[in-house]
Design a binder for this molecule. Structure first.
Ligand SMILES: Nc1ncnc2c1ncn2[C@@H]1O[C@H](COP(=O)(O)OP(=O)(O)OP(=O)(O)O)[C@@H](O)[C@H]1O
Length: 260
């Protein structure tokens, strides 16, 4: 394994109009780390990931992925990255075979090889029987599995995942959680953004909490736990983001529902 960071972010700032979303983020991610990237809704997690993927421009600061300054617009580093977006635009009118071989082709994988690998991964994830059905007919979890496969076909070095377990059944969740650990053992780096705290707690070797445009905590779960009073990541999250009134908020909402 190399010791150079695979992701190096220095003083990253990003605004949409007058709204400053990222207020100076610095982060070094090393090969083989599984980063749990967490934060409240709207904190800027997806924005960070989209910048790292070269999908969002207009930021300031420096961002290097796999040694490449992404501001240079190079595409080589993108070939070594896999991405499972939060809201996916799957081509519903295609079958998984058509979709996955098409995606693989974009990565320069020869169609027959891609087809073999896609079928194998569909089989391992228990969805081989719908390989030739239109994606439009799939359940949410089946679509999620196709997305996961599409991010892995080209054997990427870094995997960016935004709520990757969304819609997956309990057995599939266990498989994917274990898969992430196995991929990290192979030396792949995983950048995992999710709101499901008990999963983040279990799969991440390091947790980065984004709050108010800045990194509010960065460390292993044990290190984060040592910082506060709470013992669960959910509790630590509430503590670090200064949120204590979930019960009152829920009561007020329930009351508002009854109002005329
Ligand atoms: N294209 C855009 N134009 C304007 N504002 C945007 C755009 N994309 C994101 N934002 C704003 O930036 C902020 C951060 O959004 P982002 O999607 O990065 O948050 P997030 O941490 O991923 O949230 P969530 O947990 O809800 O997915 C939000 O206030 C959002 O409204």
């Amino acid at each position: 394994m190399t010791t150079e960071p695979v992701i190096l972010i220095e003083n990253l700032q990003m605004s949409y109009g007058s709204h400053q979303v990222l207020k100076g983020i610095s982060l070094k991610v090393r090969q083989g780390e599984v980063i749990g990237y967490i934060g409240p809704n709207g904190a800027g997690k997806s924005t960070t990931v989209k910048i790292l993927l070269g999908l969002t421009e207009g930021y300031s600061g420096s961002v290097k992925v796999l040694g490449t300054d992404i501001a240079g617009g190079g595409v080589d580093y993108k070939r070594r990255i896999g991405y499972v977006p939060e809201l996916a635009d799957l081509y519903d009118s295609l079958t998984a075979r058509e979709y996955l071989t098409f995606i693989a082709e974009l990565y320069g994988i020869e169609p027959e090889r891609a087809d073999r690998k896609a079928q194998r991964l569909m089989e391992l994830l228990g969805v081989r029987e719908v390989y030739d059905s239109r994606i439009a007919s799939y359940s949410k979890g089946m679509k999620q599995k196709v997305l996961l496969i599409s991010s892995l076909l080209h054997n990427p070095d870094i995997l960016f995942l935004d709520e990757p377990l969304s819609g997956l059944d309990a057995n599939s969740v266990m498989v994917v959680k274990e898969l992430l650990a196995q991929l990290a053992l192979q030396g792949k780096t995983v950048f995992y953004s999710s709101h499901i705290m008990d999963v983040v707690e279990k799969v991440s070797s390091r947790i980065v909490l984004l709050y108010d445009g800045r990194i509010a905590a960065d460390g292993s779960f044990e290190e984060l736990r040592a910082m506060g009073k709470d013992t669960s990541l959910e509790g630590i999250f509430n503590e670090l983001t200064g949120y204590h009134d979930h019960k009152e908020t829920a009561e007020t909402i329930a009351q508002a529902v009854r109002e005329e």
